[in-house]
Design a protein around this ligand. Sequence first.
Ligand code: UD1
Ligand code: CA
Length: 459
Amino acid sequence: MQQLSILILAAGQGKRMVSDLPKILHRLGNSPLLTHVLTAAHQLEAAATRIVVYGHGGEMVRAAFADEPNVLWVEQAEQLGTGHAVAQALPLADDAGVALVLYGDVPLIQSETLQPLVDAARQGQLALLTVELDNPAGYGRIVRDDQGQVQRIVEEKDATPSERGLSEINTGILAVSTAKLRGWVAELRNENAQGEYYLTDVIALAVRDGVPVEPFTVTEPLEVQGVNDRRQLAELERYYQRRQAERLMRDGATLLDPARVDIRGVLSTGRDVVIDVNVVFEGTVRLGDRVKIGPFCMLKDAVIGDDVQILSHCWVDGAEVGSGAQIGPFARLRPDTRLAAGVHIGNFVETKKTRIGTGSKVNHLTYLGDAEIGTGVNVGAGTITCNYDGVNKHKTVIEDDAFIGSNSSLVAPVRIGRGATIGAGSSVSRDVPDSSLCLTRAPRKEVTNWQRPVKTKKL
Ligand code: UD1
Ligand code: CA
């Protein structure tokens, strides 16, 4: 098969973003715009050569993508137009193959939309992606002849009033034989209203050379919408989120309001998951079957087992939650929290780097850090693992079936033995043997008929 080279133009400054950040590093669904384009390109054809033409903020861009494998980078020091940008990339493209032109600031293009363009290019056509807009102002217009054959593209600034009346516009995305593109790009002149080398002029050159120009039309303009300012970025963010919400519902999740869930990463859901309003997912999150997420939760890089219920206002980050567990409301599970099946975590409980065994309960107002907790343990309200001495972190171990009375401080390193009981209000700084009671509560003092001090009235 003819090698596919995907040229991604991304040298533009993005003045209207009013930002110190290059436009393509602005985030959509919490990933840089360019990441979305690189992903679509990869999904289209994993073996394709991806070439990014970058310019403004080059160092920042290169640094942001330092870990991205299989991308070739070309600098376009001066932005002399889209045709000039393509010319910078072409030396890295395979002449025997076809080239597809994409844009770093058109993030939501789908590989399914691009596939027919690449197929047409491999059949010797020039494939062009167009869209009908109610308001085509600012875009290049597609000029067709009486038979509906595409003749050329005219930029808004060079168009006659009647051409400006055309509502079919150029998305900028096209695919064609690399060798042909190279020849045409070498012919481009910048004698036009903007003094730029227009990539769009290759259409007329293709027509001249008898290369069939095949237009493909997208029905959803937002798929090919570029990001020029923050308003458009926000608009695309909403469209992107809506699309993800629709996918989730297709996969069998109930969203109480598909407009009020945000997925900033990858979310996979089991069967009959229910997600209430205003839940944000970040990174990679997996929800098992019948998971219920209450309103106003944040879940990041988490694996949630079957039948788990997360009540409202929980923060779950870097945690693994076993099946049937109940979390919240108002709980905070921090990185490296691992809860076994059936664990209960109640309100105002924070856990960090902590493992909790099957069926253990931590129901109220507690901090567990660097702890290992067995099965069937009950941790009373207001329990604190004092894990930090100001320099080092120390471990707390609570063995199976222990009972920690309320308002206890467990001063780590410390081990509470199997079946041990800690009396409420204790401060435990030495290990507690199995099956014993540990109580450090100060003895009660009682004075009967206690006379409180009396205020003397000032004269
Ligand atoms: C371009 C098209 C226009 C189309 C519109 C769609 C041309 C001449 N015009 O117009 O027909 O309707 O896109 O949005 O192609 N870029 C570079 N280097 C350059 C110039 C541009 O990398 O020297 C990149 C930009 O970063 C941007 C893209 O190319 O991502 C488009 O450039 P822009 O200047 O926005 O082109 P338009 O004038 O909008
Ligand atoms: Ca533009």
